[in-house]
Design a protein around this ligand. Structure first.
Ligand code: SF4
Length: 250
């Protein structure tokens, strides 16, 4: 049984390079119980590149919602080809999707926030829960400066409801540092960024943003009071926060 003090660990991880965070990760957790999620945004690709340098057995998954952009499929293939890796894919349950589409139609999410959340639940959250079965550490590309809603997170936190630790290795990185890494290491990137997109989501629900706008303002732009989160990083409508001290076995 190992004891993880998240408060001091966050201070420690803040001072580590990306490679050092990856090393810490695989020294602390069993590689089979660690997984990186990517929606083929720039952040996920940076983490993928760095963590593969430390462990070629890094597990990676994506969620194919069925409404993704072609550009996301293109970079998905390019990353698999470049690194010679597998990427696990999860998607909506066919029966749930059948029911959703039959009763609400293909674009019901524009009609109300509740419909939109239903769609995100079927297409994203339920597949995510499947992907996280048996996982102890979930790595994601969250960054503090992506939105005011994400400011209160930490590099590592514990999502009690899902029973996983969440690691955001780029939490303190700024956007230009991410892009410098992508360019310097010639990593395939999603061509939607060249068209003004700042984040990568489903095609009917993501649009380009202006320079002065928050990066996530291109998501669900028709919702005025939205926190611009699909629910993957939320529990009961709130961002998942850390617990100060937690024991766990690895
Ligand atoms: S982002 Fe849009 S299309 Fe994708 S799951 Fe959510 S509501 Fe559905």
């Amino acid at each position: 049984m190992k004891k993880l003090n998240l408060e001091s660990l966050n201070h420690t991880l803040e001072l580590k390079t990306l490679i050092e965070i990856a090393q810490w990760c695989f020294e602390t957790f069993n590689e089979k119980e660690v997984i990186l999620s990517t929606s083929f945004g720039a952040e996920g690709s940076v983490i993928l590149d760095a963590f593969l340098q430390v462990n070629r057995n890094l597990r990676v998954f994506t969620i194919d919602t069925g409404r993704n952009f072609q550009e996301s499929y293109d970079v998905w293939q390019a990353l698999m080809d470049k690194y010679g890796i597998s990427i696990e894919v999860y998607g909506p349950d066919p029966e749930e999707l059948y029911s959703l589409q039959t009763t609400q139609g293909p674009n019901h999410f524009y009609n109300s926030k509740e419909f939109r959340q239903n769609c995100c639940h079927v297409r994203k959250i339920n597949p995510l829960n499947k992907a996280l079965k048996g996982i102890k550490l979930w790595i994601s590309g969250l960054r503090k400066s992506q939105s005011s809603f994400r400011q209160g997170l930490e590099i590592i936190s514990y999502a009690e409801e899902r029973g996983v630790y969440k690691l955001a290795p780029l939490f303190l990185w700024e956007e230009d540092t991410v892009w410098k890494y992508i360019r310097n290491n010639q990593i395939p990137y999603n061509k939607l960024y060249d068209k003004g997109f700042a984040t990568i989501g489903c095609s009917p629900c993501t649009r380009p943003v202006g320079r002065a706008e928050e990066l996530r303002s291109g998501r669900w732009w028709w919702e005025v009071d939205s926190n611009k989160e699909c629910g993957i990083h939320l529990v009961d409508g709130k961002m998942i926060r850390k617990k100060a001290v937690t024991d766990f076995s690895i």
